[in-house]
Design a protein around this ligand. Structure first.
Ligand SMILES: Cc1cc2nc3c(=O)[nH]c(=O)nc-3n(C[C@H](O)[C@H](O)[C@H](O)COP(=O)(O)OP(=O)(O)OC[C@H]3O[C@@H](n4cnc5c(N)ncnc54)[C@H](O)[C@@H]3O)c2cc1C
Length: 687
């Protein structure tokens, strides 16, 4: 008996002695050395001023980067931690040192030069898990080094990058008072809505204004004008799903999804496109729901949503980055357009909207539909995670959820009894919730689509400041139909220093630091690819989504085409250099006579192709996930019907991007909202 008891105690003691509760001191020392190899003390260029000297001398340890990584990964599940334990154990193996660095000494005893060689060998290894482990650490080190805050609330590297620290938020009263949950609670409603993003927000607003008793359960917190910090380091964990550390299982695609009251609509870039007609026709065909997507009713719903969220082009003034895209495509004779946005009164004064708009310009669901819902009596519960839908006799009758009380740190059970349950938790969480609720359908979680996004980076002689001004206002549809309805859109990405640090490839400590000192000059061209092939979401033991998705060979062809075009667009817009975010140096400079010959561009096209687009050979992103509970006529091949009601479960609806039959091919917010608006009219009639 005593032996049995002593084991957990020993474990507890061992855990307490571990750094951040999970790393041994040897592992932590190794992690520190890896971080200091990425970001060591360097010699500044001759004649540098004081700030630049400090920038080059500052190393990872000065900003406690290893500690921040250890703490970040302490929030992850045991699977991720086990992966890192395994990865770190590599660094003590003599044969690997010999192979990668030419010395059998352990990593910590190698010189900086040998350690750099070692890390680069991992980065470019043919073994996928080596590249994955490398990327996991390199990205976090870069992200934290350029976004972590010191005692003064700034990152000391920002002055060299000309990045201005955000001001504290203004004192503004909270426009919504969420319902406080301080004990186990049962609520009654006509409709309970799970998730308050693009889909859930619309349904809540529509039903509450129609006089229905609505309860909204939102997993994220309530962030608004008066508490948006505008710091990457604070906003990402507070307002994004999985505290901002979302990616496919192999880290091949870095993903982003909002998780705050208003969901993705609070952090998104406000680009507001209707689903294109050719995609709607394809959806009619694919789903077997003839006329469902091409009906005038859906267009009326788009129009109603556009009016409520004020979609317009009057507030789409190009910042420098958008202007460069527009100029580049125009110079090449390509299509170029101005993006309609759900913003009012936006005067290019900031650029931090992706961490919440303090001026109330972004017409997110929080500012529009949820505010309507609240003013019509809806009860909104934040930091409340729905665990399962209650289903009795083939009918949804409510939800069981868990609310976190920030005052006491306690969680309380919340049960909502309702006639209708609307699940709008987003394409990554909705399928997990349906599975936890016992809904049986083989297609739940399958058919995960996204818009795999690669970035062509242009370096300009002028300052671009990719973090200032309107986020997205220019686009090109020149290559949307490379193969039928498949191809890509071209847009830009607002980028702050942490994201630059994460995405900028590391070819060695010196070049990385030089590149990062130059970020004010960089502009992006985003290749937003409509994927044809698909992945899957499943659930791990902690109930978190496991995203199995690899960009297919077919889809990579379009990504590659887009990167090739990115080069041409940047040079047409005047770039002095173009970079592709691959693990080996992949850049083309304008020649001494200021020209770039077509033959050089073609050679660069080949270089990008040779470097490869496989997982962790290039940085790829996606903030658009869709299709995991797709709509269709046949319950054998789809999850919800034309009213977005789950086949065979009366009163249970799905109103988010999971219902798309395939990828929508444009930024998805308006597609989600239009469909949710139309479904709301049906729900009003049955509740
Ligand atoms: C950085 C970024 C930029 C983007 N830019 C654009 C853009 O410019 N234009 C555009 O069209 N699209 C953009 N998007 C995508 C767009 O925001 C999403 O496609 C859209 O918000 C998806 O809507 P949704 O209703 O499916 O889910 P979401 O809006 O993601 O909302 C889901 C909500 O459900 C909550 N939730 C999850 N699980 C639970 C649970 N168990 N219980 C309770 N609540 C739960 C989440 O916290 C979240 O708030 C962007 C996305 C991001 C992340």
């Amino acid at each position: 008996m005593s032996t049995v008891l002593s084991v957990p105690q020993e474990n507890k003691v061992a855990r307490e002695h571990r750094v951040a509760g999970w790393l041994t001191s040897e592992e932590f020392a190794l992690l520190e050395m890896i971080c200091d190899t990425f970001l060591p003390t360097l010699e500044p260029p001759d004649g540098s001023d004081e700030e630049i000297v400090a920038y080059y001398r500052r190393n990872a340890a000065d900003l406690h980067i290893a500690q921040l990584i250890a703490e970040k990964l302490a929030e992850e599940g045991p699977e991720v931690q086990a992966d890192l334990h395994r990865f770190l154990s590599l660094f003590t193996a003599a044969p690997i040192s010999l192979l990668f660095a030419g010395s059998a000494k352990p990593f910590v005893e190698l010189t900086q030069e040998q350690r750099e060689r070692y890390l680069l060998a991992l980065a470019n290894s043919p073994i996928g898990v080596f590249r994955q482990g490398y990327q996991g650490l390199k990205r976090l080190a870069g992200l934290f080094y350029f976004s972590a805050l010191n005692e003064q609330g700034v990152n000391p590297n920002w002055s060299v990058q000309e990045y201005t620290a955000p001001e504290p938020p203004p004192a503004v009263a909270r426009p919504i008072t969420p319902l406080e949950i301080t004990e186990e609670t049962t609520l009654e409603a006509d409709v309970v809505v799970i998730g308050s993003g693009a889909g859930g927000g619309v349904v809540a607003g529509e039903l509450a204004t129609a006089g229905k008793r609505v309860v909204v359960l939102e997993k994220g917190g309530y962030n608004y004008e008066g508490n948006f910090s505008h710091h990457e380091m604070q906003a990402m964990p507070e307002m994004f799903l999985k505290r901002g550390a979302l990616a496919t299982t192999d880290l091949g695609v870095i993903m982003m999804a909002g998780s705050t009251l208003g969901g993705g609509t609070v952090v998104n870039w406000m680009t507001s496109f209707r689903t294109p007609n050719d995609v709607l026709e394809e959806w009619d065909e694919q789903s077997g729901l003839r006329g469902c997507f091409t009906s005038s009713q859906l267009q009326e719903s788009f129009a109603a949503v556009e009016q409520r969220i004020s979609v317009n082009t009057k507030h789409s003034q190009h910042n420098r980055q958008n202007q460069l895209l527009f100029d580049g495509v125009s110079a090449l004779g390509y299509h170029g357009g101005v993006i309609p946005r759900n913003a009012i009164g936006c005067e290019q004064r900031c650029g931090t909207c992706t961490f919440g708009c303090r001026h109330g310009c972004s017409q997110s669901t929080m500012k529009t539909y949820l505010q309507d819902a609240y003013e019509h009596g809806a009860r909104i519960v934040v930091r409340c995670s729905a665990e399962k839908v209650l289903i009795e006799g083939g009918r949804a009758v409510g939800v069981e959820a868990c609310a976190y009380d920030t005052q006491t740190g306690k969680t309380h059970r919340v049960t909502v009894r309702a006639n209708v349950v609307v699940v709008a938790a987003g394409a990554l969480q909705t399928p997990l919730l349906l599975q936890r609720s016992g809904v049986e359908n083989a297609h739940i979680g399958r058919h995960l689509h996204m818009h795999p996004t690669a970035i062509s980076v242009g370096d300009y002689a002028e300052k671009v400041y990719a973090w200032r001004g309107v986020l997205q206002s220019a686009y090109s549809d020149q290559f949307r139909h490379l193969d039928g309805n498949y191809g890509y859109k071209l847009e830009v990405a607002p980028t702050h220093p942490g994201l630059f640090g994460l995405a900028t490839p590391w070819y060695g400590a010196q070049t990385y630091r030089e590149e990062m000192a130059n970020v004010a000059h960089l502009a992006s061209v985003l290749v937003l690819t409509r994927d044809k092939d698909e992945g899957r979401v499943t659930m791990n033991r902690a109930g978190e989504p496991v995203i199995q998705y690899v960009v297919s060979a077919y889809d990579r062809k379009h990504v590659l085409h887009g990167l090739h075009q990115g080069t041409r667009i940047h040079f047409a817009a005047g770039a002095r250099r173009v970079i592709s975010l691959q693990n080996r140096p992949t850049e083309l400079k304008r020649g001494a006579n200021e020209t770039v010959a077509e033959v050089q561009i073609r050679a660069f096209d080949r270089l990008i192709a040779q470097r490869g687009l496989g997982p962790n050979r290039i940085v790829m992103f996606s903030a658009h996930q869709m299709g995991t509970c797709r709509m269709g006529k046949n319950p054998q091949t789809s999850v919800v019907n034309e009213y977005q009601q789950v086949h065979d479960v009366r009163g249970l609806f799905v109103c988010d991007s999971s219902v798309f039959p395939t990828a929508c091919g444009v930024n998805p917010m308006l597609s989600v909202m239009g469909l949710a608006h139309r479904a709301s009219q049906y729900i009003k009639s049955v509740v």
